[in-house]
Design a protein around this ligand. Structure first.
Ligand code: HAM
Length: 421
């Protein structure tokens, strides 16, 4: 037998309704915020992620699915949605149209990480990107969009943490201070952080190794190094969140795992799903579009991991709406009545009513059992008596009540039932 690749998961028919529920909430949230969907390819030129995500990140250094295609081009399966959206924004001249451009996506993403609960090699993101506004209002709007998406799903067990990692100017000052603080401890740090020291010292703050965490505990805080503009921007974001009634904590250790961020960064975190507790993360990235060859365009966005959301909802008892069976199952006893059942089912489906009949040659008793198992709300049994009289009974599976109906009126009867709902 050939098994599924490590770190990937099938979404089975019996659990697909959970995905539909989350995707539906994502689309509805995006609609509320007037965001339009963008779909970009699952693979892009590797260069996009080297420049977009950043060549000092774990994603680019260790986790990308990169291969040569038959034309000898270096191709990478997207490790996240932002870089592709940004590429498309530039390539399609969206900056020349009405701004801001507000978009969302639901996409698979691929990272060669060590699989564990909530961490997969293929996972799925609902993401949002807003291009063209440098105002703190855009940061707040994106954070509110994430919060209202989580609320729509009934998720309560999350905390919003925010931080500002400043612009190039304040980051340079901060990096110098951070390096001066870390220098004497360099020998005690993990090999990855020793590498980060030169390339991207900010990432050391995100290290999960106990030894490094101890060292960074008393490190200088980026918030003390923000320039006046960045500081003002961060204050306004906080004002807007407070004005909208959104609770948040300031966590100076949020630096995020991607290089493109500037100013606001944020994460929605839960303690109920183990080590991989961040269900949604994002922030402002004012330099990315220029970095990828476009005109200077401020931007801000987030992405939430669908698998982590499902895990969180399951672990904290947040109910999914029940998976629905068909509205009606039409059973037949012999060849003639089976044919009649098939015809009724075809008509019902044509009218937009979900209907099912037997394809397995089951006895009438077994058909009733099956109808019950698949969650049919009503069952109609047709036999020679019913065909002769032209009348049958509709049985409600919830309470066993039956009501007579002419076979030729079955469709109209169910259409009525549906319109009453
Ligand atoms: P990220 O924090 O790398 O940000 O990923 C966003 C979310 O994707 C995480 O919070 C998590 O829920 C989910 N996720 C990430 N890696 C995995 C994994 N290996 N397995 C399962 N779920 C995972 C980004 O990707 C940015 N592009 C977000 C963004 C959009 N920033 C601005 N715009």
């Amino acid at each position: 037998m050939i098994n599924i690749p490590k770190g990937t998961k099938d979404v089975l028919p019996r659990e697909a309704y959970k995905w539909h529920y989350i995707e539906d909430a994502a689309r509805k949230t995006a609609e509320l915020y007037n965001m339009k969907e963008i779909r970009t390819p699952v693979f892009e030129h590797t260069e996009l992620f080297l420049r977009g995500v950043g060549d000092t990140t774990d994603i680019v250094n260790k986790e990308m699915y990169t291969f040569k295609d038959k034309g000898d081009r270096s191709i990478t399966l997207k490790p996240e949605g932002t870089a592709g959206a940004a590429r498309s924004f530039i390539e399609n001249g969206m900056g020349g149209g009405v701004l801001p451009v507000k978009m969302y996506y639901i996409t698979p993403a691929f990272r060669y990480e060590r699989p564990q609960a909530g961490r997969l090699r293929e996972f799925h993101q609902f993401g949002v990107e807003v291009y063209g506004s440098a105002a703190p209002d855009a940061d707040a709007e994106v954070i509110f969009a994430a919060a209202s998406f989580l609320k729509k799903l009934g998720i309560k067990d999350v905390k919003l943490n925010i931080n500002s990692i400043g612009c190039k100017t304040c980051r340079a000052r901060y990096n110098a201070a951070l390096k001066a603080y870390l220098q004497p401890h360099l020998g005690e740090m993990c090999p990855t952080c020793r590498e980060r020291f030169d390339k991207n010292p900010l990432r050391i703050l995100d290290c999960k190794e106990e030894g490094c965490k101890k060292i960074t505990h008393d490190a200088p805080r980026i918030l003390d190094y923000l320039c006046d503009d960045c500081s003002e921007h961060f204050k306004k974001v906080q004002q807007l969140l407070t004005a909208g009634g959104l609770e948040f904590n300031i966590d100076p250790n949020i630096v995020r795992g991607l290089d493109y961020y500037t100013r606001t960064v944020f994460e929605f975190v839960s303690e109920s799903i183990g080590a991989q507790g961040t269900v949604c993360g994002g922030g402002r990235y004012d330099g990315l579009i220029e970095e990828l060859g476009g005109n200077h365009t401020p931007a801000v966005g987030f992405a939430a991991g669908i698998e982590r959301l499902i895990l969180l909802m399951e672990n904290t008892g947040v109910a999914f709406p029940e998976d629905c069976g068909p509205e009606v199952f039409v059973a037949g006893m012999d060849d003639d009545s089976r044919l009649a059942a098939f015809k009724v089912v075809c008509k019902l489906r044509e009218e937009g009513i979900s209907a099912e009949c037997d394809h397995m040659g089951k006895s009438i008793k077994a058909q009733f059992k099956y109808a019950d198992k698949i969650g049919a709300k009503y069952v109609i049994a047709l036999g020679c008596n019913e065909l002769e009289s032209g009348e049958c009974n509709i049985k409600c599976m919830a309470d066993g009540a039956t009501s007579p109906v002419k076979i030729c009126d079955i469709c109209a009867c169910f259409k009525n039932k549906m319109s009453e709902k």
